[in-house]
Ligand binder design. Structure first.
Ligand code: ADQ
Length: 748
């Protein structure tokens, strides 16, 4: 019934269009045929006149003779010629044949003969009127009027109309039939494909991939949406068995059975710096470190990173290794030394001036320099060599972290073909058009496809990556399995939303009560005890939306002056990539904006914006999270964002409001936050006002739900899911290898 209605929706306009076409075409056809025939009849008339000229000339010289009359009588015996009349040069009708209408005078015939469609209606139907000069060797001697039968034109026109209508109707019928059949088949194929997908078979039937490529984008969207729903569903089921270090360790034992785990990341988890004569250990402000370290601690492995601290070289052994965390010695940190040139080209240049803005699409132009690219490639090769040197077997599990190492997976694969390489891309992946501006897009994609598993935070980023490969490489893509086959290797592309380590009971027990945290923070900032504060915690980066956030604070104070003197915004910004021009000028702009807003709304003892551009240790950060009324995360684009999860984890009092950008990957999981578009200052200012006036019960409800999500979807789950997939992959590879080993025995 539904398909019939669908087809009618198509067929009715088609039939109406055909009727309209016939309605317009038939009279047009009529007029055209009439003109063509008129032209033919005129030619024929001239010919007849020429043939008769001599006889007429003779007849005129013998006015009494009846020869001319009998000539006329003979001529009109032709079935097409129905009348003939002879006019003198001064317009007098001299002779006429029988059937020539009496009412037709020479003057009238001359006028009609000059028209486009020269015809009159006589007894027996329409007749064509031709008016022709009769000449002898001295020039015109008379005028001849020829009336030719036109009724045959009418008959032919009726025939043409009939055939035209039959043709249009026939064509219309055939088109309609073909359309209905094709639509019916496509519709059935599509419905059964979608049903298969909904049943969980994960397949849009072969029709989708080969016969109907035009439906592929829709299928991809449907697939992505279904996977999102799957995630949402799993989340809505409530906590499954909690993921924690023990469970991860058990998983590593069962799935990877003591296989070696190597992490490659640019950033080291611990930096040894020289301060005076002392060596101090620092933990960098990095989402990546926060996320990956718990994993290595759980299964003691090796972390290979760039040794960037001023005392790093002093604490390593002869193989550039040091055990960390200091004092606990749970895993090995292998340091790699980069020259200033290398760091400038590979890290600051290609990774941070090229790939970072390329992937974030935050209105900062990526810069691509040939020399940076050369360094990027060379440094990736050095890290690949280090992985090979650290590998104790030919098939270690290697976790490659982030956009600094796009080429590394293929380089490792070349030396260790049996390694399981898991690459995690911590930042967004743009659409194919945006990525297409990178001059080395092909090399980057080929490098990444050396991975066994390639992870992104969201399905959306996976989809963008697969579409990019589809656009720029000759690779085989199996959408239903989210797998890309390139040369002889396959890469499984999957989303693994990263998270934080949920604070242990011990950690929570060490926290000061929330009231105490508030008191400490407010006292440190010189603010009265009942002052309200919102916080922002970020690396000092243009993608984090710090500028937009301060604009929103300014707008709040404009719209709601009652907050002036009652509310302040505290921004903690860890210095980051400060040697890059773009970052320097961004940081200057933030300082200038802060100064302007403070000047505009500040007064003695009150400053609306507190900008603290310093690194804080974890205890200080958590104290701030616990002290805040609201936390603003307004990234313009963010792979995930861990600050919002840390804020939620810190609020065991279930108070405080999270304001979260819709462009952060975290927004997909944390829908109970106040979701904003950071580009819309008004909306963010309103959300800020709402957060400061939100009733306690609502805060509690939202925060409890957010806490449940972050607690369950913690970093161990992130790692666990990736490692489970890696374990499955390895098992399959091993079984295949075994089968291949036994195959010769079977054949002999
Ligand atoms: P980042 O861009 O570094 O991470 P984010 O996820 O917010 O962003 O992590 C920042 C980390 O640095 C947090 O753990 C935070 O506590 C810490 N931090 C921020 N400011 C600090 C300060 N002033 N002092 C001390 N610590 C500070 C990248 C991607 C993200 C992705 C992560 C993890 O850009 O989208 O979530 O990797 O994959």
């Amino acid at each position: 019934m539904n398909t019939l209605r669908l087809q009618l929706r198509f067929l009715v306009p088609l039939v109406l269009t055909l009727i309209a076409a016939a309605y317009l075409a038939v009279p047009l056809m009529d007029r055209l045929t009439l003109r063509w025939f008129s032209r033919d009849l005129n030619l024929r008339g001239s010919l007849v006149t020429k043939t008769l000229s001599d006889s007429i000339a003779e007849g005129l010289q013998e006015p009494g003779s009846s020869r001319m009359q009998s000539l006329f009588n003979r001529v009109v015996q032709d079935e097409r010629l129905v009348g003939i009349g002879l006019c003198s040069l001064d317009g007098e009708l001299l002779r006429r044949s029988p059937g020539f209408p009496r009412s037709l005078t020479c003057a009238k015939a001359e006028v009609i003969g000059q028209q486009d469609e020269p015809q009159i209606r006589i007894e027996g139907g329409p007749a064509h009127v031709g008016f022709y000069p009769v000449t002898d060797e001295n020039g015109p001697i008379a005028q001849l009027i020829l009336l030719q039968d036109l009724s045959f034109v009418e008959h032919r026109s009726q025939d043409t109309q009939k055939y035209l209508i039959i043709l249009i109707a026939g064509l219309g019928g055939i088109i309609a039939l073909i359309t209905v059949v094709v639509a019916q088949l496509s519709w059935r194929g599509w419905v059964s494909g979608a049903r298969a997908l909904l049943r969980g078979e994960g397949l849009i039937s072969p029709l989708m991939s080969s016969a109907a490529p035009e439906l592929a984008p829709f299928a991809a969207d449907l697939r992505a949406r279904l996977r999102d729903l799957e995630d949402e569903y799993r989340r809505s089921l409530g906590p499954e068995t909690e993921w924690n270090p023990e469970r991860l360790r058990a998983l590593l034992r069962s799935q990877l059975r003591g296989d070696q785990l190597i992490v490659v990341a640019n950033r080291e988890p611990y930096i040894h710096d020289k301060v005076g004569d002392e060596i101090v250990v620092k933990r960098p402000a990095s989402g990546l470190v926060t996320a990956v370290e718990p994993l290595l601690r759980a299964c003691s492995g090796t972390w290979i990173a760039h040794g960037s601290g001023t005392a790093d070289a002093e604490v390593v052994d002869a193989h550039d290794r040091v055990l960390v965390p200091p004092g606990k010695d749970e895993y090995t940190l292998r340091r790699l030394w980069l020259s200033e040139e290398e760091e400038k080209g590979y890290y600051y240049g290609f990774a941070n001036e090229g790939l970072w803005p390329l992937c974030h699409v935050a209105h900062v132009r990526p810069v691509f320099r040939e020399s940076d690219w050369e360094h990027y490639r060379a440094v990736n090769q050095r890290f690949a060599d280090a992985v090979v040197a650290e590998a104790r077997s030919e098939d270690p599990v290697v976790l490659v972290q982030d956009y600094h190492f796009a080429l590394l997976p293929a380089m490792i694969r070349k030396k260790l073909p049996r390694a399981t390489i898991l690459t995690f891309w911590h930042i967004p992946w743009p659409n194919p058009e945006s990525f297409g501006i990178c001059p080395w897009r092909q090399e980057i994609l080929e490098g990444m496809l050396g991975s066994t598993i390639l992870g992104f935070h969201t399905r959306f980023h996976c989809k963008n990556f697969i579409e990019t490969v589809d656009r720029y490489l000759e690779a085989r893509i199996e959408h239903e399995h989210s797998t890309i086959s390139f040369h002889d290797d396959s890469t499984f592309v999957e989303s693994y939303p990263i998270s934080i380590e949920w604070p242990t009971e011990q950690t929570q027990a060490a926290w000061l009560p929330v009231a105490q945290c508030r008191q400490n923070v407010l006292a440190r900032l010189g603010l009265p005890p009942d002052h309200r504060i919102a916080i922002g915690v970020d690396r000092f980066d243009y993608t984090k939306g710090i500028l937009e956030r301060i604009h929103a604070v300014e707008r709040l104070l404009e719209k709601h002056p009652e907050w002036i003197g009652q509310f302040s915004f505290v921004q903690i910004a860890a210095p980051s990539r400060g040697s890059l021009e773009e970052y320097k000028s961004f940081q200057e702009r933030i300082h200038a904006l802060t100064a302007r807003v403070n000047q505009r709304f500040g007064r003695e003892g009150y400053q609306p914006v507190h900008l603290l551009a310093v690194h804080h240790d974890q205890a200080a950060l958590y104290e701030l999270y616990r002290a805040a009324d609201a936390c603003m995360v307004t990234s313009l684009h963010d792979g995930m964002n861990l600050v919002c999860k840390e804020f939620v984890a810190a609020r065991d009092d279930e108070r405080g409001v999270l304001i979260l950008s819709r462009f952060a990957g975290a927004a997909r999981e944390m829908s109970q936050a106040l979701i904003v578009n950071p580009y819309h200052v008004e909306e963010t200012a309103d959300a800020l006002h709402r957060s400061l006036t939100m009733p306690e019960a609502e805060q509690r409800e939202r925060m409890a739900s957010l806490r449940m999500t972050v607690r369950e979807f913690n970093v161990y789950r992130w790692a666990g899911r990736m490692l489970t997939d890696a374990g499955r992959w390895r098992l399959r590879e091993r079984i295949e290898a075994r089968v291949q080993r036994h195959q010769p025995d079977l054949t002999t």
